[in-house]
Every structure is written in structure tokens, then in C-alpha cells.
Design a binder for this molecule. Structure first.
Ligand SMILES: [Zn+2]
Length: 218
């Protein structure tokens, strides 16, 4: 239920669909009925892909059209509040494909420098929102120890892979040891970021790692 402040904010800034920008009706939350129907959803086996290293990754949406535009606003134009709309979509996908297959939820973090520049870590906000829907909390297990060029600016796969080697480290290995971990990111393209994070978690003693990304680029 919404509090007084939320209702006041809704009056001042009427909620809009995070994908198409349409003003939402009272019964619509986060996204409009048309987007709920027409977005490029991935369903059944299409939502699952196996990344390098054999890690499973599930995604509810394809990264194209209004999904891509929305995620760009979320990452690069300060629309941090979008995680509230994204969280339930990712949580539903996790429930359908990975129910009972993980003990902890974590995320692929930004470097301290990038987080300072952006003001927020979009993967953390997304992981937290999805975890909240799933009745748990996102736990920090990784650190980005090396600042890298933005992945979206690197076109070559080989360049993307070498861009993430040695970039992540375990933040709290004792918390990862013996656990099955669900690793969240906003977008999966080549999977190189998720795979390098998953390998670090394995080295820290995780007994399994599965991944979930809101949108899949390939
Ligand atoms: Zn819409």
C-alpha cells in the first residue's frame, strides 16, 4: 500500500510506463497494459541461455526497441526509480525458471568510480527490487576492483572478454562458500561480465551459480 508521501509524489509526478512513457492508469503498476502485452518477452526455453563456462542465464525480455530505450534511460539518464517496475518482471522470470535452485541473491557491481559518477548501482537496485518481491535481500558478494571502459562502447567480443578479466574479486568469500548463488545484472550481451563474476564466486567456494538479467541482447 502507498503512503501519504507516495500519493503526494504521484500527484506531482504522475507515474508513467517505464517502457513507453504513457501515463499509467490507477490499476497499472510500473508498465502499461499495452507494454505488458506487446514487449519482446522471452518465454519458456527461449528465456534460458547457457553462457560460457556452462552457467545458466534467464531473462524475461529481449534487449530491443522500447526495452533498450528504457534501460538506457535507467543506466545513463538518471531514471533510477525504474528498478521498482523492473524488479517484479525479473522476479517472475526467476520464479518460473530458477525456483528452489539458489540460496542467495547477489549482483554484478559497478566500480566505486562508476557508482560515484552515476550516483547509483543499477544492478544492485534491480537485484534488491527482485529479491524484495521474492521475499529475500540482495547480499553483496563481489567487488569491482578495476575500473574498465563501459562495455556498451566495446563492439568486439574478444575486447569485451579481455575487458573483464581480473576485474572482479570476492567481497565476502565466507558468505559465498557452500552456497548456490543467483547473480543478477541488468543486461546480458556476450555474458562476459556475468561469467567472470560467476567464476569469482566459484573460486570463493560457491557450489552453484545461476544468472538472471532483465534483458538479453542476443
Ligand atoms: Zn507502456
Amino acid at each position: 500500500m502507498k503512503g501519504v508521501i507516495d500519493n503526494l509524489l504521484d500527484l506531482l509526478f504522475p507515474p508513467k510506463c517505464v517502457f513507453c512513457g504513457k501515463l499509467l492508469d490507477l490499476q497499472e503498476e510500473g508498465l502499461c497494459a499495452a507494454c505488458r502485452r506487446d514487449l519482446p518477452w522471452l518465454e519458456g526455453a527461449a528465456a534460458e541461455q547457457v553462457l560460457g563456462g556452462g552457467f545458466l542465464c534467464v531473462s524475461p525480455l529481449r534487449y530491443r526497441g522500447s526495452v533498450r530505450d528504457s534501460l538506457r534511460r535507467y543506466k545513463f539518464q538518471g531514471c533510477r526509480g525504474y528498478h521498482r517496475a523492473y524488479g517484479p518482471l525479473l522476479a517472475h522470470c526467476i520464479q518460473v525458471h530458477l525456483e528452489g535452485q539458489y540460496d542467495l541473491i547477489t549482483w554484478a557491481p559497478l566500480s566505486a568510480r562508476r557508482k560515484r559518477e552515476r550516483g547509483y548501482d543499477q544492478a544492485y537496485l534491480l537485484a534488491s527490487a527482485a529479491a524484495g518481491v521474492l521475499g529475500t535481500k540482495a547480499v553483496p558478494l563481489l567487488r569491482k576492483v578495476k575500473h574498465t571502459a563501459a562495455q556498451s562502447g566495446l563492439e568486439e567480443d574478444a575486447q569485451r572478454r579481455s575487458n573483464v578479466q581480473g576485474v572482479y574479486a570476492a567481497f565476502n568469500p565466507a558468505a559465498a562458500a557452500g552456497k548456490r548463488i543467483l547473480l543478477v545484472d541488468d543486461i546480458v550481451t556476450t555474458g562476459s561480465t556475468l561469467v567472470s563474476c560467476a567464476k569469482v564466486l566459484q573460486e570463493a567456494g560457491a557450489v552453484g551459480v545461476a544468472c538472471a538479467a532483465l534483458a538479453r541482447a542476443r
